[in-house]
Design a protein around this ligand. Structure first.
Ligand code: PLP
Length: 405
């Protein structure tokens, strides 16, 4: 198995990029869909931003180091990864905050409708944001199982809000079909691209999407708590009214006017002062992912997960796969259901194979294509077989829950 894996690595056109990331010795990192690895170029960029731009440039760096336009600059670099135009994307805030702003903006564009339609089991923050607006009397939540979503689109629905690649199962929605169904029903569409961006191509304008947002800290390797991004289709920019009317979204923040006047473009989505250091780190990750190329990353992502399944069958493991078995129907992950998923995950981490656990019984393994090797797949499968075969997961230390799972 290992020989075959090494052959695949030798033929891998992306093989050399692993060296552009810090991948700790002895670790097989299957959690890049939670927090991406550190690009080797990031520490020097951060040191430059901290020591030179902040330390020496101080306030002058808002202009001289380009801090002021940094969110828009990074957004423009994310745009080609998601099928958007540069002026339709901005890096700002968190996915949660961006969801709130975009849901409210959609409600404003659909007077007389107040239902936000999503699916049960969507990432919790997406649903919580609907509930927050519901408590304000601005929205009504409607959740429909994925096969019933088209039927749940009626005249009351202002917005269909879905996550492209499901965070637990990796199952993909058909963005084109659902966007069209929502538009046919007079609703707008907001896509959460947190588990797609940087691992697979997305074509927001190709499917005629209205809004989108996604994480900077997963496949884009922007670091813990990296800013998210937000997309608004060009056709909506002129009418956009988002509710967090902070001064950084003002047309002229430094006029310090008493009257809010929204910036005419995507900059309106900013609220407060840009997180310059976070954006600095995110830009390095985005540059690197863009350099590798989203098409090549997707091809490798599919090859890695397919090979992992092959390795599992070679080591005789038959786990309950809850991700779609066909790689084109899932994101860059494989999830398995097992009653002891938590302890198995901990036992694997004890061996340096870092995946994660999703309550109550899911072992989720992510395949970030930028830095993983086929050898990692073979080794991870071997470790998993050993953990299961020896029931190593029964050990007490692997069954004690920590706050962050
Ligand atoms: C699908 C999805 N949406 C949103 C989030 C959270 O985003 P943020 O922490 O930027 O609010 C996550 C985090 O894992 C996620 O997986």
């Amino acid at each position: 198995m290992l020989d075959r894996a090494r052959e695949l690595d030798a033929a891998d056109p992306l093989g050399a990029y692993r060296d552009r990331f810090v991948v700790p010795e002895g670790v097989i990192y299957l959690d890049g869909n939670s927090l991406g690895c550190l690009p080797k170029a990031t520490p020097a960029a951060m040191a430059r931003a901290v020591e030179r731009e902040w330390g020496e440039g101080l306030i002058r760096s808002w202009n001289e180091a380009g801090w002021f336009g940094l969110g828009a600059r990074v957004g423009a670099k994310i745009a080609p990864l998601i099928g958007a135009q540069p002026h339709e994307v901005i890096a700002c805030d968190t996915v949660s905050a961006n969801l709130f702003k975009l849901i409210a903006a959609a409600l404003d564009m659909r007077p007389g409708r107040n239902v936000i339609l999503s699916e049960p089991g969507n990432f919790p923050t997406d649903i919580y944001m609907i509930q927050g607006l519901e408590r304000q009397g601005l929205a009504t939540q409607r959740l429909a199982p994925r096969d019933q979503i088209p039927a749940a689109l009626d005249d009351d629905v202002a917005l269909l809000m879905l996550t492209h690649a499901h965070y637990k199962s990796g199952e993909l929605f058909d963005m084109a079909a659902l966007t069209k169904a929502a538009h046919d029903a007079g609703a707008l569409v907001l896509w959460d691209l947190s588990h797609s961006t940087g691992a697979m191509p997305v074509d927001l304008n190709g499917v005629n999407a209205d809004f989108a947002t996604g994480c900077g800290y997963k496949y884009l390797c922007g670091g813990p708590g990296a800013p998210a991004f937000a997309f608004v289709a060009e056709r909506h920019l002129a009418d956009l009214k988002q509710p967090l009317t902070g001064w950084f979204g003002h047309a002229r923040p430094f006029a310090f006017s008493d009257e809010y006047e929204a910036a005419p473009g995507i900059e309106q989505l900013q609220c407060g002062t840009s997180p310059v250091l976070g954006l600095t780190a995110l830009e390095i990750g985005v540059d690197l992912i863009a350099e590798i190329g989203i098409g090549r990353l997707y091809a490798k992502s599919q090859a890695l997960s397919e090979y992992f399944l092959e390795c599992l069958s070679q080591v005789g493991i038959d786990l309950d796969l809850i991700s779609p078995p066909v790689s084109s129907e899932r994101g860059s992950q494989l999830s398995f259901r097992h009653p002891q998923a938590y302890a198995i995950c901990q036992a694997l981490i004890g061996r340096g194979v870092i995946g994660d656990f999703r309550d109550p019984d899911i072992l989720r393994l992510g395949f970030a294509p930028a830095y993983l090797r086929f050898e990692d797949m073979a080794e991870a499968a071997r470790h998993l077989a050993e953990v299961l075969g020896s029931e190593e997961w029964r050990r007490d230390e692997f069954n004690r829950r920590s706050a962050v799972t």
